[in-house]
Design a protein around this ligand. Structure first.
Ligand SMILES: Cc1cc2nc3c(=O)[nH]c(=O)nc-3n(C[C@H](O)[C@H](O)[C@H](O)COP(=O)(O)OP(=O)(O)OC[C@H]3O[C@@H](n4cnc5c(N)ncnc54)[C@H](O)[C@@H]3O)c2cc1C
Length: 304
């Protein structure tokens, strides 16, 4: 049993006025709308406070779980024995720090960064406007869409390692690859990143954003709660195409369904539990393996 009560008392002492919640239902914090109550959640107001909160928890032997927008996350149904640190809205600063450079806090929504870039007449971030996560969650996963990925625009990231050191990773040190990064591999906590763009015409940038959003609306089941693409793209194929080929569209377990609109999405049709989603994803993996020989791997992250 972890010492969440002692941690709460210690956090109140170290960071007076810090927002701390007990037994918060995670279904309120995930786009899947699934998840039981989490033992403790803190919402730090600044980077300095975030660092202090992480250090305090670790000193007590409790490893925090960093939560962005919860748009790539499936949480367990029962009591969740975790200490969650929410980066939004406290770390949501987006600042222009150079002619073509934006400095983005880990809690800034990618949509906001895209809007700020458009406002400044900077191109290169349009692809990320429709990805419903934060910069921290996006950098960890190297989020991407429509041929763009954060790898191409994030030039530097400041993160905290397990020993509490604050380190800066430049360019290739960030280890970006398909849905991978140094931060994911090493379990580092992202604090902020620099985004480097090019000058562009604000109207053309807006038109490109609108076009991507229209495409998303047409092809993705945005009307149902989900965590986006359920599986990573296997080498040499597309997960959605394989699932479709196996005639799994519409396949449902409890409240979890393979979207009829886009086979790559598992959607919550109402009252889906984590157990429903996991049973469905296991079924999909088995059928796809048996019929096509491809081994699918979950893209969504789990908090159990
Ligand atoms: C409708 C829909 C469409 C989507 N479309 C796309 C798409 O086109 N492309 C794409 O790549 N993704 C897509 N996604 C998935 C998701 O939006 C991205 O993976 C996003 O980057 C997740 O960010 P988040 O802030 O929501 O992260 P969360 O879901 O909160 O967290 C995801 C993981 O990142 C970790 N994490 C979060 N913040 C930090 C931090 N500061 N430091 C360290 N670890 C951290 C968490 O602990 C967790 O393991 C989609 C999701 C939905 C619901």
């Amino acid at each position: 049993m972890k010492h969440f009560h002692q941690l709460k008392a210690e956090l109140n002492r170290v960071c007076p006025g810090l927002e701390i919640k007990e037994q918060e239902p995670m279904d309120q914090y995930t786009t899947f709308r699934i998840g039981g109550p989490v033992a403790l959640m803190a919402v730090p107001r600044t980077t300095e406070e975030t660092v202090a909160v992480i250090r305090t928890a670790r000193d007590m032997g409790i490893e925090p779980f960093l939560l962005g927008r919860g748009s790539n996350l499936l949480c367990g149904d029962g009591a969740l024995e975790h200490f969650v640190i929410r980066t939004s809205p406290g770390l949501d600063q987006v600042e222009r720090v150079g002619e073509t450079t934006l400095r983005c806090g880990a809690g800034a929504l990618m949509r906001r960064v895209a809007c700020e870039a458009q406002r400044c007449g900077l191109t290169g971030f349009e692809f990320a406007h429709g990805i419903p996560g934060t910069m921290g969650g996006g950098v960890v996963m190297n989020a991407g869409a429509y041929g763009g990925e954060l790898k191409n625009v994030v030039t530097e990231t400041t993160a905290m390692d397990a020993q509490g050191n604050i380190l800066t990773f430049k360019g290739e040190e960030q280890g970006f690859a398909y849905r991978k990064s140094t931060f994911l591999k090493e379990g580092l906590i992202v604090l902020h990143s620099l985004v480097e763009l090019q000058p562009g015409d604000p109207q053309t940038i807006q038109d490109q954003i609108d076009d991507y959003l229209r495409r998303r609306k047409r092809t993705q089941p945005l009307e149902w709660p989900s965590a986006g693409s359920t599986f990573k793209r296997p080498v040499g194929a597309y997960a959605a195409a394989l699932i479709d080929q196996c005639r799994l569209k519409g396949c449902q377990i409890g409240g979890a369904q393979v979207s009829e609109k886009h086979a790559g999405f598992v959607v919550n049709k109402g009252g889906a539990s984590c157990a429903d989603v996991l049973a469905l994803t296991e079924h999909i993996k088995q059928v796809v393996l048996d019929k096509t020989g491809f081994q699918l791997e979950l893209e969504i992250r789990l908090m159990l």
